[in-house]
Design a protein around this ligand. Structure first.
Ligand code: KG4
Ligand code: ZN
Length: 342
């Protein structure tokens, strides 16, 4: 890979994103369109509608990214695209575009696991490389895992959720508290004016010997707390939001802390949309300081779904696998988590 320039495309859900990234770290241009606002009143994404929106904006986003970059297509070494997991209709818009572009430009094509993209997002734009081993907490609307990573592309899945993802817990809690979808950030903002100790919730799987996460019971506990308060509930939404958020964060942080008791690492990374959460960021930074390790959280544009993380991941896949990184792939809605790194 002469210049280490990869054009990445990510369309797994409701974001349409194209980026040109140099050597897995230096973003030369990125354009991301989102159709999320159109789902705000609906409590979730409608897959067919998300795919239709992808189709509408895919080419304009690609053209805009190329215009912003202003470089020469001859310098692009490869095209990388999210192959899954995600919404099939949305994924297909990205993978078809990538296939056509690769063929027209005579470039090799790489299919990248969406989660591997998130795992590769925490040092985009940084001036240094992470020091392995790294422990990564990956938290978004669709996934919640703790990974122990020996290198960019090798590692172990230590913990995963049995049911809802952390972001899903935030979003479902937000709906119960009358906030629009996706309500994680709004719930967190509401929590700031509340007292988190007035309605304490049990931390999920607190005494469970497994390393799993679980959030669905917590969501039910919030529903019952609101029901039990009856007409008065609305006056306590801030306190309930504060307790709910504190319990989600406690559950995440407990698992991270016990993984760090068992495994010696150099860095702690938190990636995915929920890594925007203030109390979670604060708790993880405190853990890292206490343990004298480096902590990294991607900057805002690389926390949510974006193409830079796909191009970044692709670069490290190429570094390890060379020509094998360009093997043919299928576009798939479900892909085992363990295929993200192995
Ligand atoms: O990574 P992402 O953009 O999409 C997925 O791939 O799922 O993550 C979106 C999730 C949503 O559930 C959203 O509510 C949550 O991240 N989120 C937050 C915050 N900002 C976004 N959750 C808690 N606190 C926040 N500040
Ligand atoms: Zn994602």
């Amino acid at each position: 890979m002469e210049k280490g320039l990869i054009l990445g495309i990510e369309t797994s859900c409701d974001e349409t994103s194209v980026a040109i990234v140099e050597r897995g770290q230096n973003v030369l241009a990125e354009v991301t369109a989102t159709s999320m606002e159109s789902f705000a009143d609906l409590g979730g994404v409608i897959p067919e509608e998300a795919a239709r929106k992808q189709l509408h904006v895919m080419i304009p986003v690609l053209e805009e990214a190329l215009r912003k970059w202003g470089g020469n297509k001859e310098d692009v070494d490869a095209i990388a695209v999210t192959k899954g997991p995600g919404l099939l209709g949305s994924l297909l818009i990205g993978t078809m575009t990538a296939r056509v572009l690769a063929s027209a430009w005579h470039k090799p094509l790489m299919g990248v696991h969406h989660i591997f993209g998130h795992l590769s997002s925490s040092w985009i734009g940084a001036s240094d490389q992470p020091k392995f081993p790294v422990l990564t907490l990956s938290v978004s609307g669709g996934h919640t895992e703790v990974w122990l990573r020996e290198s960019h592309t090798k590692g172990l899945l230590l913990s995963r959720t049995r049911d809802d993802a952390a972001g899903e817990a935030f979003d479902k809690g937000a709906v119960l508290l009358g906030l629009p979808y996706p309500g994680g950030a709004a719930l967190s903002a509401l929590a700031q004016s509340g007292n988190g100790s007035l309605y304490p919730f049990n931390v999920p799987l607190n005494r469970d010997p497994s390393k799993d996460f679980s959030f669905s019971g917590l969501k039910t506990a919030l529903r019952y707390a609101i029901r039990d308060l009856g007409d008065d509930a609305k006056h306590h939404f801030a306190d309930l939001a504060a307790s709910y958020e504190a319990t989600i964060v406690r559950h995440l942080v407990d698992r991270v802390d016990s993984a760090l008791d068992e495994h010696h690492v150099q860095e702690l990374h938190v990636v995915g949309g929920v890594s925007a959460n203030g109390p979670l960021q604060k708790a993880c930074k405190e853990i890292a300081t206490r343990r004298n390790i480096t902590s990294r959280i991607p900057s805002a544009e690389y926390r949510t779904d974006n193409a830079a993380m796909i191009a970044a991941g692709a670069y490290f896949l190429y570094e390890e696998k060379r020509e094998k990184a360009f093997e043919t792939f299928e576009t798939v809605a479900s892909l085992p988590l363990t295929e993200a790194i192995n």
